[in-house]
Design a protein. Structure first.
Length: 156
C-alpha cells in the first residue's frame, strides 16, 4: 500500500468521524421523542466514537461506538421484558447531573420499561452517508492512486 493510499484512508477515517458527529448533532436523527430534544448532541456516545484504519493487505475501516448504541437503535415497545438495570443508568445520570440515588434511577428505569422508546437510526444513517461518499468521491480517489502505480510500473 503506497503513501497516497494511506493518506486517502486517513482522509476517509477523518470524514467518517466528522459524519458521525454530525449525525449526533442532527435533531431529526438524534432527537429523543420522549423528552423532545436531542439527547445525543454532547453525550458520552458522541465522545466515544472511534474510527480506525487497519492496514493489512486489504485495509479495513473499523468504526467503534459505545456499547449502548444498540439500545438507542432498538425500538423498545412499552412494558417489554424487564426494566433496565439501574446500574446501567448510573453513569448516564451522573454525566447529565441527575441524582444517581437508587430511588431516582429506579423511577427512570421504570419509566423506560413502562413507556418504551423509539429507535434512532444512527449507524444506518452513517453507513448510508459513507456509502454515498464512496460512490461520489472515495472510489475515484483510490482508483486514481492505484492506476498511477500501475502506469508507473509499466512505464519503468
Amino acid at each position: 500500500m503506497n503513501d497516497n493510499i494511506k493518506n486517502i484512508l486517513k482522509t476517509i477515517q477523518s470524514d467518517i468521524e466528522t459524519l458521525a458527529q454530525l449525525i449526533f448533532e442532527t435533531d431529526s436523527i438524534s432527537n429523543n421523542t420522549k423528552v423532545k430534544k436531542n439527547t445525543l448532541k454532547d453525550s458520552q456516545l458522541t465522545k466515544d466514537v472511534e474510527v480506525k484504519v487497519l492496514e493489512q493487505n486489504n485495509p479495513i475501516l473499523e468504526i467503534l461506538f459505545n456499547h449502548y448504541i444498540v439500545y438507542l437503535e432498538w425500538n423498545r415497545p412499552p412494558k417489554y421484558g424487564k426494566q433496565p438495570p439501574i446500574s446501567a443508568l448510573r453513569d448516564w445520570a451522573i454525566n447529565n447531573n441527575i441524582p444517581d440515588d437508587n430511588s431516582t434511577l429506579y423511577l427512570i428505569s421504570r419509566a423506560i420499561w413502562r413507556d418504551g422508546h423509539k429507535a434512532r437510526n444512527i449507524t444506518g444513517t452513517l453507513f448510508k452517508e459513507v456509502e454515498e461518499r464512496f460512490n461520489k468521491e472515495y472510489f475515484d480517489m483510490l482508483f486514481e492512486s492505484i492506476i498511477t502505480d500501475l502506469i508507473s510500473f509499466f512505464n519503468d
